[in-house]
Design a protein around this ligand. Sequence first.
Ligand code: COA
Length: 473
Amino acid sequence: MAELKEARVPDIGGYDDVPVIEVLVAVGDTVAKDQGLITLESDKATMEVPAPFAGVVKELKVKIGDALSEGSVVAVIEATDSDTAAAAKPADKAAPAAASAAAPVVANDPKVEPVAPAARPDNIAQASIAASPAVSASEAAPMGAGLPPVRFDADALLPGKVPYASPAVRLFARELGVDLAQVTGSARGGRIGKEDVQNYIKHTLQSGGGAAVAAGGGGGGGGLNLLPWPKVDFAKFGEIEVKPLARIKKISGANLARNWAMIPHVTQHDDADITELEALRVALNKENAASDKSGAGIKLTMLAFIMKACVAGLQKFPDFNSSLDAAGENLTLKKYFHIGFAADTPNGLVVPVIRDVDKKGVIDIARESSELAKKARDGKLGPAEMSGGCFSISSLGGIGGTAFTPIVNAPEVAILGVSKSATKPVWDGKQFAPRLILPLSLSYDHRVIDGASAARFTAYLAQLLGDMRRVLL
Ligand code: COA
């Protein structure tokens, strides 16, 4: 006789108020014993809550976002007489071993034993309180050891409604934005494994698709289908203070996030020997300090020389002075040379732009960059002073570091990071000589620039900075 019974959250290892992230069944669905009803995800583990008995779902008591603890009612199920439909299936001697390999989960014992977070590379522990029927019927119940093993048939038990996959695979698919309903499982009984998800992505990308694997393309920028941001009650762990982000940080943060997500970045590192250039800079600064000519009082910065070298690089490699359109189909090549430089201000990062750097000398560039940097720090930069850039430079050389990976400032296609120069022993063919070495880090949009071009560009920059007379060539 059919009987209405409540399916409740079993012992989930002491976790409380764990959010529901997936509801795996709908009212009217026929479920097998141990079939997943919902998925719970704490910050440490993902767990499926199984149906404790077979039957028809009459009422769902939870929705996504609800926080559940042990004993919370998940659904009301009209229980059928037999516990699992699987028990009626014919025997298959190979089933136990195969099922246990495919579903290393706890069976019949609803207590959760979460895996230590460190055991997974993504630091999200996986635990399942759902056993596949094959495991529960044949392997994990020692009482049934004398019974013939039961073959699991996903089609019969999970009639196309719930993709048959472990919580780990579900999480993997969710992280990649893959709809598991589209994936064919290759393991016994139609179980979907990690390789099936990977093969599905490969196939979708090769066939020019991408809608199902919801990653942003060269176009709109949306559709990343990322997991929600982790919500943590930090106050539970210690004293905290909430500080709103400055307006500039909020704006630049949104731009940086888009650029990081949309542009396939690669960073090429190289070293420039600036021993002679630094000596020249120091000498010119001494002269300028003593003279009453146009450069008087202007401190020549390394940044000004680097800007000049970059323009020569852009002239030699025009693809670096371009922008890719939103469809990812056409490059706009620019015949002007406006260079942006990242300026650190108390309110965050801004990028003032110096126009027509190709037509200016290093003294003018140094004067202008120092004026713009001051305006930036005083919060007085106008929008016109931050627009029209072709290429950006981010110099952390005044602070420190040996290399970093700057984020391309879209719609530009490359950005040069500059770290702190240091005197290093360099082999000159006969001996080690102390040389002043400037580390360069060029990040570029790999859709536009290939690795060989980037290596040539940075090598050329290093050559120019090694001997600025080459800029005249
Ligand atoms: N290696 C060694 N020393 C360097 C150097 C380098 N690559 N670049 C600058 N310096 C030295 C300068 O010579 C100067 O030394 P001095 O005072 O003895 O003459 C000192 O560092 C400070 O230079 P700085 O004031 O930073 O001048 P600058 O022209 O090099 O840089 C700005 C100007 C605006 C770029 C800089 O002030 C700034 O804001 N940098 C931060 C950029 C940033 O935040 N980028 C991150 C983006 S992700």
